[in-house]
Design a protein around this ligand. Structure first.
Ligand code: ZN
Length: 131
């Protein structure tokens, strides 16, 4: 794993902790070069598959709802609202607790699309590691 900030390979793990259901692990990382700290999460591949399938279905549903104009535009936030750190942390926590996406979207007042995009982004940035 490389440092997110300076891309150095000199990264240490501060601590590892099993999350609630015991099938995922959270690690605190620190860069030995620039001191950047962040967390990574590891989860089983089956869980990722589970979410990807749900995500696809919800996305289709959302597209359908928008097309048939019964869609009320989620419950609040406008499209493209920036994610705060606490929202991101909540998303990650709920994701690892295997909460249904519908509930995650409701709890964060965001659309499935928005949740989906954020999870893809987190994955790309190495915040969600698949083991
Ligand atoms: Zn660094």
């Amino acid at each position: 794993m490389k440092c997110l900030k300076c891309k150095s390979n000199q990264v240490s793990t501060l601590d590892s902790r099993s999350l609630e259901k015991g099938n995922s692990i959270r690690r605190r990382r620190i860069c030995n070069v620039c001191g950047q700290r962040w967390s990574t999460y590891e989860l089983p591949k089956t869980m990722v598959d589970f979410y990807e399938e749900q995500m696809e279905r919800l996305f289709e549903l959302e597209q359908f709802q928008m097309a048939s104009s019964v869609y009320k535009g989620g419950s609040g936030k406008a499209k493209g609202t920036a994610w705060t750190k606490s929202e991101t942390d909540r998303l990650i926590a709920m994701y690892f607790e295997q909460q249904p996406l519908r509930e995650i979207a409701e709890a964060l007042s965001r659309s499935y699309m928005s949740i989906n995009k954020r999870l893809c982004y987190l994955r790309k940035n190495g915040k969600l590691k698949i083991s």
